[in-house]
Write a protein that binds this ligand. Structure first.
Ligand code: ATP
Length: 323
């Protein structure tokens, strides 16, 4: 992608009414340039409204950019947007098209639509349902599943047909940890066995750190950083994060604790501190004995995460998931 821009006009009826709120056009892609290599698991990370879905809808040929170019496996997708459907599998945020079908039929039909013959489609259906732990739900209509189960069935459909590129918009949203891990493993396996390229939108920092080769951090339609998770983390330096959760009031009578008061980010009973490792060790020694320990409910010490990178780059951390 080169120089991609997309501006959403304010709805005409709002402009006519001359309302102030929401009448400004929104530049949802603001000169985006990204190169994703074959076989890469590439992530788009950012809070609500950062422009991730707008970007993947352009990549999948569903939304025309105002300017810029997109080349996918040698095809110009701005000039020929329909070619995207033959090259990639797209899992959008909402997938209601398959709702009336059973899980098995949804997967099998998708495989057939992607050109597999009847036998191959059935074999692939059985394999992917097994891989994602969906076999017990195979006969249930999607509309009668829980949100997480339905999402998992949609992932199963997206994985069928052996498309060389997968574009997945928050594939694990609403899933429990077992389902999430099954999805991450299935994605990883396709990359290892078939060199599949994956573009994955996520709010989930753990997902980003676990499965992504590289990640682009988006904010207000721009790429504000792009690197491996490790490379991004190295940019925030060696400080570690210490979270202290007090049972009630913080023990400010302990001088070492009172000293930290000014530099802590306080959320209810939780103090979050960013400290050099040496200093963090000294604070841990203080809080694990005497009156400070008596006042302590819980603590965690962690090396920098992508969340820290995101905050250091000026992103708003509240949109990110940490589980
Ligand atoms: N059809 C539309 N018309 C007008 N504005 C839109 C439209 N779709 C999105 N926007 C605006 O464009 C910006 C980017 O939206 P987009 O859906 O791409 O964000 P996102 O990063 O995918 O967010 P989320 O994490 O909530 O899915 C937002 O400010 C949004 O309000």
């Amino acid at each position: 992608m080169r120089g991609l821009t997309k501006t959403y006009a304010a709805p005409r009826r709002w402009r006519r009414a001359g309302r102030d709120a929401g009448t400004a056009p929104v530049r949802a892609s603001d000169g985006i340039a990204l190169e994703v290599s074959t076989g890469e698991i590439f992530g788009l990370l950012g809070p609500n409204g950062a422009g991730k879905t707008t970007l993947v809808r352009q990549l999948t040929g569903l939304l025309r950019p105002d300017s810029g170019s997109i080349t996918l496996l040698g095809h110009d997708l701005v000039r020929h947007p329909r070619r995207a459907a033959r090259l990639l599998a797209y899992l959008g945020q909402e997938s209601t098209a398959l709702d009336e079908l059973t899980v098995a039929l949804a997967v099998e039909t998708t495989a057939r639509l992607r050109g597999l013959d009847a036998d191959a489609a059935r074999r692939e259906r059985d394999a992917v349902l097994d891989e994602l732990g969906l076999t017990p739900l195979a006969g249930r209509p999607l509309k009668k599943l829980s949100g997480g189960q339905r999402r998992l069935a949609c992932v199963a459909a997206a994985l069928t047909g052996g498309r060389p590129v997968l574009v997945l918009d928050e594939p694990t949203a609403g899933m429990d940890p077992v389902a999430r891990r099954a999805v991450w493993a299935a994605i990883d396996r396709r990359r290892a066995e078939h060199g599949t390229t994956v573009v994955l939108v996520t709010h989930n920092v753990i997902e980003a750190e676990t499965v992504l080769d590289r990640v682009a951090v988006l904010d207000a339609g721009r790429v504000i950083a792009c690197d491996t998770p490790g490379g991004l983390k190295a940019t925030v330096g060696a400080d570690v994060r210490l979270d202290l959760v007090w049972r009630g009031e913080a023990p400010l009578a302990v001088p070492e604790i009172a000293e930290l008061y000014g530099s802590a980010v306080i959320t209810g009973r939780r103090w979050t501190l960013r400290l050099p490792p040496e200093r963090a060790r000294a604070v841990v020694a203080t809080v694990t004995e005497g009156p400070a320990f008596a006042a302590l409910d819980d603590f965690t010490l962690a090396t920098p995460s992508l969340e820290d990178v995101y905050l250091a780059l000026g992103g708003r951390g509240e949109g990110l998931e940490r589980s």
